[in-house]
Design a protein around this ligand. Structure first.
Ligand code: SF4
Length: 214
């Protein structure tokens, strides 16, 4: 199977079996998504979803969050990973949006990554989920699943994975492909023991082909 055929198989399979894949983070608007994605670093979506309702109730928008103090916000974030940094990042992010972007969350990757707590992955999530821009956020699941299937070759960093994937996936499918790969990694192609027996991607998967050869 050529790389092109592999991509085609994988895209066709996901389009058939996960046509509506989307983020598992709960949000109503770009502000809420940005807060949730910043909080989700090194933390499960489930835990973030338990945390955000109280934050959004107390701080319903960027202006409200920009006025929060560390001592007020920290208790709402205490139960998730890296609460100190994340509290500082959220307040810093809201202040920069107010001061440098007129209170509007920017919609480009170069602008978003200027915000505290926002790296390339977060910026790619925001621009692809909210604006359907053809940007691929690569987290640990995307990195692992893409490599196992053979969608990437010798990718050593998330950026290399991102560049290889966006080169091969049709532009209009990139934003949903991110969710396909994340969800597949979360529930089927899990890190320690991938559930290959339940996986419909076996005919196209390099890892599986090597497994049966061995
Ligand atoms: S066949 Fe196995 S290794 Fe390949 S994508 Fe499916 S679960 Fe992952």
């Amino acid at each position: 199977m050529t790389k092109k055929e592999r991509y085609q198989f994988v895209i066709d399979w996901f389009e058939k079996h996960a046509p509506n894949a989307e983020t598992e983070l709960l949000y109503d608007n770009v502000y809420q998504l940005l807060v949730a994605v910043i909080l989700s670093a090194q933390c499960t979506d489930k835990r973030v979803n338990m945390t955000t309702p109280a934050i959004f109730e107390k701080y319903p928008d960027i202006p409200a969050l920009s006025k929060a103090t560390f001592d007020e916000l920290f208790p709402l974030i205490r139960s998730i990973s890296y609460p100190n940094n994340k509290t500082k990042h959220l307040i810093g992010m809201a202040n920069m949006v107010m001061d440098d972007f007129g209170g509007n969350i920017p919609d480009t990757v170069p602008e978003l990554i200027k915000l505290p707590g926002v790296g390339r992955k977060t910026a790619n999530v925001i621009t692809s989920v909210v604006h359907q821009q053809p940007n691929m956020a690569v987290d640990t699941h995307v990195f692992r699943v893409a490599a196992r299937i053979g969608l990437t070759t010798n990718a050593k960093t998330p950026l290399q994975t991102e560049l290889q994937l966006i080169k091969m996936i049709p532009k209009e499918k990139i934003y949903i492909a991110h969710h396909w790969l994340i969800l597949h990694g979360r529930y089927i192609c899990v890190a320690r023991s991938p559930k290959c027996g339940e996986c419909g991607l076996r005919p196209a998967c390099k890892y599986y082909q090597q497994l049966i050869k061995a």
